[in-house]
Write a protein that binds this ligand. Structure first.
Ligand SMILES: [Zn+2]
Length: 251
């Protein structure tokens, strides 16, 4: 059976000599894997349409529930090549994709997530250099919020009392009483500032396309970025490969 859908290429894996397995986030079937025959033989349009981040119209051949349908046609709607060509943009978006692949099960339709990722790619692609650090952080926060994994930073997650101590293993700030031990005695937590929490709330509440108007101070970005990395490390039970990749390049 031939089906048509729209998808964003999340990643590709080489298969055999010249074939590929592409993982897509599709508009109507959620995350799926599909097989591409010999796209690497020539520099064809078909091959280009399988580059990571490409938004394409695809035709798939296979039984309805086939685990690996074959891609028979793929037409580029937007290649997002300028994101792939920019090192920082690409690393940042790679983190988002790793979060999606790690936390979202396959074949569960999620139109909202599809539109959300597409919106983020357009926003990053059309943003000027300079505002990018904040934007990259905001996109990570927004994605986590959209899929229900955002850390809670507004008051103690158990009793609501004020607290500035974030506990990565709980995914929330906790007051001393609810953390079970006096703050500072062994259990790892991160102390955060009021301004960081304020920026965090704004970054979730403001529409993505105007979020590049948020201009946080460098300390806020550093603090929140470290907190998110700890949160994700715990969440994914491993450091994000792209974080390690970035650390390895000395950036
Ligand atoms: Zn509490």
């Amino acid at each position: 059976m031939l089906t048509r859908t729209e998808g964003i290429v999340l990643r590709t894996l080489k298969y055999g000599e010249a074939d590929l397995i592409a993982t897509y986030l599709t508009s109507d079937r959620g995350i799926i894997k599909a097989f591409a025959k010999s796209p690497r033989k020539t520099k064809s349009r078909f091959g280009s349409s399988l580059e990571p981040l490409t938004h394409a119209k695809i035709s798939l051949w296979g039984k309805e529930q086939a685990s690996l349908p074959k891609i028979t046609q793929s037409d580029i709607i937007n290649s997002f090549h300028h994101i792939r060509d920019d090192f920082q943009d690409f690393v940042s978006v790679s983190k988002l994709i790793e979060i999606v692949i790690s936390l979202i099960p396959e074949s569960i339709p999620n139109k909202r997530l599809f539109s959300f990722l597409l919106n983020i790619l357009h926003t990053i692609g059309s943003s000027e250099q300079g505002s990018k650090d904040a934007l990259h952080l905001i996109t990570r926060i927004r994605l986590l919020a959209a899929i229900g994994y955002a850390p809670r930073l507004k008051g103690c997650g158990k009793c609501g009392r004020e607290s500035l101590n974030f506990y990565p293993d709980a995914g929330t700030t906790l007051c001393g009483k609810c953390a079970g031990i006096p703050a500072g005695e062994g259990k790892p937590f991160i102390r955060i500032h009021d301004n960081t929490i304020r920026f965090y709330s704004h970054s979730i509440e403001w529409p993505v396309h105007i979020s590049n108007r948020l201009k946080p101070r460098r300390e806020i970005l550093t603090e929140l970025s470290a907190l998110l990395d700890r949160h994700l490390t715990y969440l994914l039970s491993k450091k994000l490969m792209s974080s390690e990749f970035l650390a390895g390049t000395g950036r």
